[in-house]
Design a binder for this molecule. Structure first.
Ligand code: GLA
Length: 396
């Protein structure tokens, strides 16, 4: 009899992985504060309210066999809730957000959980030149363009939802027309959220255009692994797989340089408390963080080859033991330490304080369209923009 060793090896590895995962994740103990019934069917949509303009919005629930729950809304293709167990199996929601669409439309929403674009982060002075033509965009973050612009940014539109038959995935789609928010080309986008039984939240992005246009899509979730609204994240431990970062000017526009993190507060190559790198925790500007008022707001250049999935970040809440690893094919990640959070109220009246959550936005570098030495963000007709980011959860 012939033994297929590669099959035996793969099978043993799979069994070991399942045993390891079960050891890492205790049996579910549902979040008592949650309105979600973990036993009920997944991928059902419910009303999330009407926008100011009278459009209906829905929220979809995904659930895996370990009791993890994800809720995503059609408004902004937004990640609204994420319920994760701690090391004793207690579930909490770890995301900043609001109870219905009106909160997401209000001024307390700082891009919570949304799909950000068509170009995430900043474009200097809202200007770029493509194929000899100058384009002017909204300068909604004076003096720069931020996260795709104003009323018609992708985060502020209602997307169309299609739920998959396996009940653990939802695809949102939208076409943003030529000229919307000042960008060229009709751009058709799909974003798929998948919750796997391996405790991964996978986000797949796809886009095509009929004219050359810059595209840089990300998700803007605010994580607090101790539970959203439970204080600051300064004790969270972070590792970033990045030797370099892109320094910025005072308006958070990259200077174009790519510098080493060595010997700077941006040194996260081995796990470190977020608060340790912010010398004066209450300062609004510090010597070490002078290009990031109030804390971290930097694009890190990920090690390894862009285009290939690799570890980008690992975040751990030492008290609850909750861990999130982020894998991506993107060249960069924006580490933002919630510096503009202002104690606004969100889901169920929870308060989101200054530095009360962390964003880890996988991306091409900010303002790439104005820097020839940064990886290209121009999508051309006939090409397909494709990128995947995976968030893997465990508890230790
Ligand atoms: C990003 C930016 C920050 C800030 C937030 C939204 O993470 O890098 O400067 O604009 O979005 O408040």
């Amino acid at each position: 009899m012939q033994i297929n060793f590669s099959f035996v090896l793969k099978y043993s590895a799979a069994v070991a992985a399942i045993l390891f995962m079960n050891a890492c994740l205790p049996s579910p103990n549902p979040d008592p504060g949650s309105s979600v019934e973990p036993e009920s069917g997944a991928n059902t949509s419910v009303d999330f309210g009407k926008t100011k303009g009278g459009e209906s919005t829905e929220i979809y629930t995904l659930k895996n066999k370990n009791g993890l729950i994800v809720k995503v809304a059609t408004y902004g293709a937004t990640l609204v809730e994420l319920h994760l167990p701690d090391k004793d199996g207690n579930f909490v929601d770890v995301l900043n957000g609001f109870d219905d669409v009106s909160g997401y439309e209000g001024e307390d929403n700082q891009y919570f959980g949304c799909t950000t674009g068509r170009v995430c982060n900043r474009i200097a002075k809202g200007k770029f030149t493509l194929d000899g033509k100058e384009y002017t965009l909204a300068t909604n973050n004076d003096p720069n363009h931020l996260h795709g612009g104003e009323g018609k940014a992708l985060s502020k539109q209602v997307w169309k939802a299609e739920s998959a038959t396996d009940a653990q995935a939802v695809t949102f789609s939208i076409t943003t027309p030529d000229g919307e928010e000042g960008y060229p080309g009709n751009l058709s986008i799909k974003v798929t959220y998948t919750l796997t039984d391996e405790n991964e939240l996978r986000i797949d992005y796809e886009a095509t255009t009929d004219k050359a246009t810059p595209v840089n899509l990300t998700n803007h979730a605010y994580f607090n692994l101790a539970g959203s609204g439970s204080g600051t994240v300064l004790d969270h431990e972070l590792t970033l797989n990045a030797d370099k970062y892109t320094p910025t000017d005072d308006t958070l526009i990259p200077t174009g340089k790519i510098e080493s993190v060595e010997g700077t507060p941006r040194e996260f190559r081995t796990s470190r408390g977020i608060g340790e790198g912010i010398p004066d925790k209450e300062a609004t500007k510090t010597e070490d963080c002078k290009t990031a008022p109030k804390g971290y707001d930097h694009n890190f250049v990920l090690n390894g080859n862009a285009g290939e999935q690799r570890l980008a970040a690992r975040l751990k809440d030492p008290k609850s033991g909750r861990v999130m690893e982020i894998y991506t094919d993107q060249p960069g990640i924006q580490f933002y330490s919630g510096n503009f959070l202002k104690g606004q109220k969100g889901k169920g009246g929870k308060v989101y304080p200054f530095r009360g959550a962390i964003c880890l936005e996988t991306q091409h570098f900010p303002d790439s369209v104005n820097h020839d030495n940064f990886p290209n963000t121009i999508l051309k007709p006939g090409e397909t923009y494709k990128t995947t980011t995976v968030h893997k959860f465990s508890a230790q």
